[in-house]
Design a protein around this ligand. Structure first.
Ligand SMILES: [Zn+2]
Length: 336
């Protein structure tokens, strides 16, 4: 690993390496990564850098400590992750207890708290007590995609660093390197939204099936309302994960965006869903520009609401109301 393996984010890396070199290390830092991309990897690189036996400002990736940290089997580096979407107080109590002990084999104990916004109130308050009196040989690295869900008192105790997503071009090149052609790479990079880890997990065939299912919803809406069964099926989505919902909103947005481009006779090069081009062309005749614009702005709002952790059921109801439209109503998709 080492800093060189972290994509982009040169400024953040400079700040961190400078702190390492000057040995002025904040006891707790908050890595904000809205694309949930490189944060975890960066946290592990930091854990290496403060424990490396060869270097002062980076992980060498060769020494025993660096190797063990990379493989997540180093006794002084503890990764805390939510279980069933929650980080419970019992886990943070364990962290608290360990935090005041001297490191077992390394130079410093490092606690990485992934998705730290998922600590429940009791857990957050327990962590706060440790952050207020940080043990000198311990470093806390909190990761989050949404800092607004953290207690302000926790945020004020941490040095905050905002990571930026990997650029679309970098990601496309990376995917091409995995053996995909240009068009496939563009499509996958778009849906990975700056997150290389997502690319590694993304299955092209699954993505295609998922897009096919969602296209039928866009199509049904544009052709005259969604059949009752489809709405019922979509209601089942409430049981699914929030992340899946954001992915599906991104796919819906991509279709409406492509419809807009086709309607404006833009170059086919710009179309994300290139494999749906004939369908998009046909559909572009059926929907007005205003309808496309309304749909896009609704999806944007819904995506923001998902990010803010609002109740998924409320978002879905609003979604269904939008797509169902009202007979003769202004919002009916087929009222054009
Ligand atoms: Zn090392």
């Amino acid at each position: 690993m080492g800093f060189a393996e972290i994509q982009g984010n040169d400024q953040v890396k400079r700040v961190l390496q400078l702190a390492l070199r000057k040995k002025r290390w904040p006891p707790s830092i908050l890595l904000i990564d809205s694309s949930q991309g490189e944060a975890k990897k960066l946290a592990l690189v930091l854990a290496q850098a403060v424990n490396c036996l060869n270097l002062d400002d980076d992980g060498c990736d060769q020494c025993y400590n660096c190797q063990a940290i990379k493989e997540e089997r180093f006794p002084d580096v503890l990764m805390v992750e939510p279980v069933n979407e929650v980080i419970r107080v019992e886990k943070i109590r364990e962290v608290k207890k360990l935090a005041y002990l001297r490191p077992m084999v390394g130079k410093r104990r490092v606690f990485i708290i992934d998705q730290s916004e998922k600590m429940n109130e009791q857990a957050a308050n327990t962590l706060l007590k440790v952050l207020e009196e940080p043990p000198s040989t311990t470093i806390f690295i909190l990761l989050t995609s949404n800092p607004y869900l953290l207690l302000p008192t926790i945020r004020s105790r941490c040095q905050e660093l905002q990571l930026s997503p990997v650029t679309q071009e970098t990601l496309e090149k990376y995917i091409e390197g995995l053996g995909r052609d240009k068009k496939e790479a563009r499509l996958m990079a778009f849906f990975a939204r700056g997150n290389r880890e997502v690319v590694d997990k993304l299955n092209y065939q699954e993505l295609r099936a998922q897009r096919k299912a969602l296209w039928s919803i866009v199509e049904a809406g544009a052709r005259g309302g969604i059949p009752a069964q489809k709405i019922k099926d979509y209601g089942q989505y409430t049981k699914r994960q929030r992340q899946l919902w954001s992915q599906e909103l991104a796919i819906l947005a991509s279709f409406w965006r492509d419809l807009l481009l086709v309607k404006l006779n833009a170059s086919p090069e710009l179309i994300i869903n290139y494999d749906f081009l004939p369908e998009l062309k046909e559909m572009a005749h059926l929907v007005s520009l205003e309808k496309i614009k309304n749909s896009l702005s609704w999806i944007n709002e819904a995506a923001e609401e998902v990010k803010k952790n609002l109740n998924i059921q409320v978002i879905i109801n609003s979604y269904l109301a939008h797509y169902q439209g009202k007979k003769n109503g202004k919002d009916n998709l087929c009222s054009d």
